[in-house]
Each structure stands twice: as structure tokens, then as C-alpha cells.
Design a protein around this ligand. Structure first.
Ligand SMILES: Cc1cc2nc3c(=O)[nH]c(=O)nc-3n(C[C@H](O)[C@H](O)[C@H](O)COP(=O)(O)OP(=O)(O)OC[C@H]3O[C@@H](n4cnc5c(N)ncnc54)[C@H](O)[C@@H]3O)c2cc1C
Ligand SMILES: O=C([O-])CC(=O)C(=O)O
Length: 322
């Protein structure tokens, strides 16, 4: 979407094995709360988060909010022990961040410290199709296909933008990207209006438009996309401890997805060579547990990298194909 809007001189084709509702993003809670990447400078992560927040803030305030599935969500992040940082790097990007009062903490007898703020949430089942429509309205083309080698694209496209998430492990042979399986439950709990997240990241409750997402698990190097019924029980138990009104709640669906974890998001240009052939690639993958929180910031950077390559294209006087 960012490339097709910023670089109208290019024709853009999205090729993917799976589209919504069958992507990692469809499993995600879609809440904007960043997870820090160890090896990406914090100022850069903050900038990506701010760009993403500003983009979704505008959608949430527009007449398109309902169709796009984007809205504000307030809530509590609570900790069993004092966290290292009382004010995380993103505190002044979200709205109204403050520490919780003793009175508020009384709701969480097992926790000693808390933060409260308003952030944004994307209902992925609405947001992803809305983005796809926006892309097609810009003239973008969509093809459903698995790519076994990036060289399949050589000659057909001038630049390849690699956004394959965990697929990059096989497609690009990147050993740094690995799966962290996450399982969530969609439940019917319309009385809940605030999110509750344990700061350890292992228990969260995110009210959405049509349902509430309960999570979440983090199983490193587990490639299975099948939800585990025992884990469902654990999620319900943990979430009911945080929010006792969830005891006996009716479960609509269970889902699992693979977070494409990496020490840093890979956002860079690469020139690949094979048998005398040359292919320009822009990588944009490895968003781990923060794909929603950072997606517009990283997409804008990928767009700038593509823009830098355009003058090098033989066909730059006509239309570049991506
Ligand atoms: C349980 C859970 C909860 C989460 N909650 C949040 C949250 O609240 N907030 C947040 O910011 N993030 C959250 N995330 C993380 C977020 O979902 C991911 O960071 C994000 O979805 C990654 O997006 P992506 O487009 O890079 O990868 P994906 O969504 O996996 O998309 C990659 C696409 O590439 C395609 N592909 C891969 N390989 C190939 C190939 N060889 N050929 C063709 N196509 C290919 C796939 O079919 C897929 O469509 C959560 C994740 C999980 C699992
Ligand atoms: O941690 C959260 O609050 C949601 C999330 O990003 C994940 O499960 O990956």
C-alpha cells in the first residue's frame, strides 16, 4: 500500500501463498504495544511506532474506522514485580500514559505495579481486507502463489520486496528468523471494554469489535499451526485470574500463528547474483511480536529503499515493475 501510494510511477504486484484470513496477522490481537527488538536502535523503533500510530490515529478518527476495523483501546498493563523501566520507550506516543494509582491496582491483587494508557487496535479480519482493497484501488495486482526461489521473479519484475515473514527462513535461507508460536482464543465477553495485559507478555485480554482475544503463549521454534487444547485451558485459567468475570466464558474460536522473530527487523537492500543474472531485493521481514505496532513505519522505510533503486532500473523512463 505504501509503495503504490508513494511511487505511482511503479506497477506493484503482491504475490503470496496465503492471504487474509490465513496469515499470521489474522491470528494477532492487533494491538499497538511495541516489543523491543534487541538489535534495532531504539530511536528507530520509536520512529516506526510513531508513524504507525499516527497513520492509524487518522483512520480511527475518520468515517472509515468501522470498515477498516481500527479503533482506540484503553486499558491496564500490570506487573507482578517492578519492571526495569517504569516508562517504556513508547510512553509518549500512546495517549494519556500514566502509572496506575493504588486504587486501580486494588483490582489486581497479584500485581504490584501498573501502567494505564490508550492505544489503537486493528481488528485484523477487517483491517487486512480493507488494506487489500486500498491497494487494489491504487491499481495494485494480487496473485496467489508460493514462490520457491526469488529467481522465479527475475526478468518479470525490476525489484522484489521481500515481506515473507517466517517464510524468509526457507526462501532467503536466513537462519536468524525463527518461529515463536502464539495461541489465542476468541471469546464472547462484550462487557469487557478495557484491555488487561500482564507485563510479562504471557497473559492478555484484548476486547475487540466482535469478540475478545485472550492470550497468549510464546513457544520458541514450534512450527505447528494447530492450537493445543491443553494450552486453551491454560489461557482461560490465566486470563480468569486477571479478570475473574471470564470464568466459564464461551469460546468462539482458537487459533495459532508463528511470530517471525528476529533480533532486528531486516530492512535493507540486497543485490543478488546468479549465473550472471542480477536481482534487486528490498527485505522487510522479521517483525516478531510487533508487526501491527510497526507496520507503517517499516513499510515507509522499505518504500524509501525502493525509491533509491528506481534510477538504477533499465526501464526507469517508463514504469518500474515490483
Ligand atoms: C498470537 C499472536 C498475537 C499477536 N499479537 C500482536 C499484536 O497484538 N500486536 C502486534 O503488533 N503484533 C502481534 N503479533 C505479531 C504479528 O502478527 C506479526 O508480527 C505480523 O503478522 C507479521 O507480519 P508479516 O506480514 O511479516 O508476516 P505474515 O503475516 O506471516 O505474512 C507473510 C506472508 O508471506 C507469505 N509467504 C511466506 N513465504 C512465502 C513464499 N515462499 N511464497 C509466497 N508467499 C509466501 C505468507 O503466505 C504470508 O501471507 C501477534 C502474533 C501472534 C502469533
Ligand atoms: O504481547 C501482546 O500483547 C500481543 C502480542 O504482540 C503477541 O502476542 O505477540
Amino acid at each position: 500500500v505504501c509503495i503504490s501510494e508513494a511511487l505511482p510511477q511503479c506497477t506493484v504486484t503482491v504475490i503470496s501463498e496465503k492471504f487474509s484470513p490465513n496469515t499470521t496477522g489474522d491470528v494477532a490481537a492487533g494491538c499497538l504495544i511495541p516489543h523491543a527488538f534487541e538489535e534495532t536502535p531504539i530511536q528507530e523503533q520509536k520512529y516506526w511506532f510513531r508513524q504507525t500510530f499516527d497513520f492509524l490515529f487518522n483512520i480511527a478518527n475518520s468515517a472509515e474506522a468501522a470498515e477498516a476495523g481500527v479503533g482506540f483501546l484503553s486499558g491496564w498493563q500490570v506487573y507482578k514485580a517492578q519492571p526495569e523501566e517504569h516508562f517504556p520507550f513508547w510512553w509518549d506516543v500512546v495517549l494519556g500514559f500514566r502509572l496506575m494509582t493504588e486504587n486501580e491496582m486494588a483490582k489486581f491483587p497479584h500485581h504490584r505495579f501498573g501502567q494505564t494508557f490508550t492505544t489503537l487496535k486493528c481488528q485484523s479480519g477487517l483491517y487486512l481486507p480493507w488494506m487489500e482493497k486500498r491497494f487494489k484501488n491504487n491499481g495494485g495486482d494480487v496473485i496467489t502463489k508460493k514462490i520457491d526461489s526469488i529467481w522465479q521473479l527475475n526478468g518479470k519484475y525490476d525489484i522484489v520486496v521481500n515481506c515473507t515473514g517466517i517464510g524468509s527462513r526457507e526462501l532467503i535461507g536466513d537462519p536468524l528468523v525463527y518461529p515463536v508460536k502464539g495461541q489465542v482464543l476468541k471469546v464472547h465477553a462484550p462487557w469487557l471494554k478495557h484491555f488487561i495485559r500482564d507485563g510479562d507478555g504471557n497473559t492478555y485480554i484484548y476486547p475487540g469489535i466482535n469478540d475478545t482475544t485472550l492470550g497468549g503463549t510464546r513457544h520458541k521454534n514450534d512450527w505447528s499451526l494447530l492450537p493445543d487444547p491443553n494450552v486453551n485451558k491454560e489461557i482461560l485459567d490465566q486470563c480468569s485470574k486477571l479478570e475473574p468475570s471470564l470464568q466459564g466464558v464461551s469460546v468462539i474460536q482458537d487459533m495459532a500463528g508463528l511470530r517471525p522473530m528476529r533480533p532486528a527487523v531486516r530492512l535493507e537492500k540486497e543485490v543478488c547474483y546468479m549465473d550472471g543474472r542480477k536481482l534487486h531485493v528490498v527485505h522487510n521481514y522479521g517483525h516478531g511480536a510487533g508487526g501491527f505496532s510497526m507496520h507503517i513505519g517499516t513499510a515507509k522505510k522499505a518504500t524509501r529503499l525502493v525509491e533509491e533503486l528506481i534510477p538504477l532500473m533499465g526501464s526507469c523512463n517508463t514504469k518500474s515493475k515490483l
